[in-house]
Design a protein around this ligand. Structure first.
Ligand SMILES: [Zn+2]
Length: 448
């Protein structure tokens, strides 16, 4: 899977007419709601500056191994291409010649032959794969705290993005941006609300989550042009995107969707209050779509960082997209932030209309959807069918869906996931009567 499989969704969203939720009808945030928000934020204060970060590894290298922002799936059985890192360096060298890396071990594939690799997530959240030949040693790294790590990552981000960018931290996230404070703080509330909802949802559906102390990074560009320039290093069609999650860098990147290109200048917008700015943004006709896009990508980031899916793979593509397509749908009654979870996810009308049209026009079955390890040429169909299957199972067979997600969690890192195994895992949780499943989903969809 490549990065563009995540990114590509936005291509299709741009092509689809938007059924819009009635944002204008949303009630204003009340004092009670503000209090509730403050209390729930308190409840999550286990993540604070003093939170210890332990159990990390220090990799010492005999030569610099550049980090690359391009997603490179890694097959532990495949032979090492000796110049792979030289290629990466020419594209995007962020290593600065460093001979050490600290982070979380993902998998240790060092072998007697000396031909192995070591995979980790470094302190900046990047997936790193070190060829064994470049490794001097792997040892325990000194412990740190969230406060110290945040300070370190913040200064790295400041170095990477420059003086016009500033950062904003919440308990889970670290935002780096050059746009208005109002927009960044609105985004921060949206991400925090999603984080909280995600936890509630997982608890309700008995999907086990792992905790993650390290901050999740979100990059918000003021200007679309700067976003495209940044994204072009990582993906082939950045011009069709408005936000994306990169499994390699672990970042969500987006641009300020509240801006009308060329008509607003960031400096003057900074003076506006958050409330009036957000209200103005959310009253626009495209607001529901924009909010859904951001929530979709943020859901990918959470799912890959709270242990629902593994960044190292193997990945069940239909479930990865299905989950985000279900979660992105806001509850019918929208509040100030544009997205709220009320214990259930409503129908994604955009996906349903595509599914309705394609289920007649195509011969693709749900068995095909489960077996796929890459999107079909017609990506809309992949998405709509993934959504339909996930939504049906989420509504009608949540216990079996949770078992399936747990089964995925147990897959060994970086392992090859064949079509046969994908089908077998699905059948182990939902049975092998595919005909009945097809019929049940058709009936379910008709009744929505
Ligand atoms: Zn997606």
């Amino acid at each position: 899977m490549t990065l563009s499989t995540f990114a590509v969704k936005l291509t299709l969203l741009a092509l689809v007419a938007q059924p819009l939720a009635a944002l204008a009808e949303e009630p204003r945030t009340t004092a009670g709601a503000e209090r509730a928000r403050a209390q729930s934020a308190d409840a999550r204060d286990e993540l604070n500056d003093a939170t210890p970060i332990v159990g990390r590894k220090l990799v010492k290298l005999n030569r610099p191994v550049p980090a690359t922002r391009e997603y490179t799936p890694f097959d532990p059985k495949a032979a090492i291409v000796e110049n792979e890192n030289k290629d990466a360096a020419s594209r995007d060298d962020q290593s600065n010649g460093e001979l050490e890396a600290i982070g979380r071990e993902i998998v240790d594939f060092r072998f007697q032959s000396g031909q192995g690799r070591y995979m980790m997530e470094d302190e900046n959240g990047m997936l790193r794969v070190f060829p064994q030949s470049a490794i001097e040693s792997v040892e325990d790294a000194p412990d740190t705290t969230l406060g110290d790590l945040r300070a370190k990552v913040t200064s790295e981000l400041q170095r990477e993005f420059g003086a016009t960018f500033w950062t904003h931290a919440t308990s889970r996230y670290l935002f780096v941006s050059d746009t208005s404070e109002g927009y960044v703080k609105w985004c921060a509330r949206l991400f925090d609300d999603l984080d909280e909802a995600f936890e509630k949802y997982a608890r309700k559906r008995r999907v086990p989550l792992t905790e993650r102390v390290e901050p999740l990074i979100v990059v918000i560009f003021a200007k679309r042009a700067d976003f495209i320039k940044y994204a072009s290093v990582e993906t082939t069609h950045p011009e069709v995107l408005s936000a994306y999650y990169n499994i390699q860098t672990n970042r969500v990147a987006l641009y300020d969707l509240s801006q009308v290109e060329g008509t607003q200048d960031v400096g003057s917008r900074r003076k506006k209050s958050t409330i009036s700015e957000t209200r103005e943004f959310l009253s626009r006709p495209n607001a529901a779509y924009n909010v859904a896009t951001i929530v979709h990508e943020a859901t990918h980031q959470l799912a890959f960082n709270r242990g629902v899916f593994k960044r190292s793979g193997p990945i069940a593509l239909w479930a990865v997209e299905g989950l985000s397509l279900v979660v992105e749908t806001p509850s019918a009654s929208l509040r100030q932030n544009g997205w709220v979870y009320r214990g259930a996810f409503p129908t994604n009308e955009r996906m349903k209309s595509i599914y309705d049209a394609r289920s007649v026009a195509t011969k693709i079955t749900f068995k095909d959807v489960v077996a796929q390890d890459a999107y079909y040429a017609d990506i809309e169909t992949s998405y709509a069918f993934s959504w339909a299957l996930f939504y049906y199972l989420e509504r009608k067979r949540p216990g079996d869906l949770a078992s399936y997600l747990r089964l995925l969690q147990e897959k060994p890192e970086c392992s090859v996931y064949s079509k046969e195994e994908r089908i077998a895992d699905f059948e182990a949780c939902f049975g092998d009567n595919w005909e009945k499943l097809e019929k049940n989903i058709q009936t379910f969809m008709r009744r929505l």
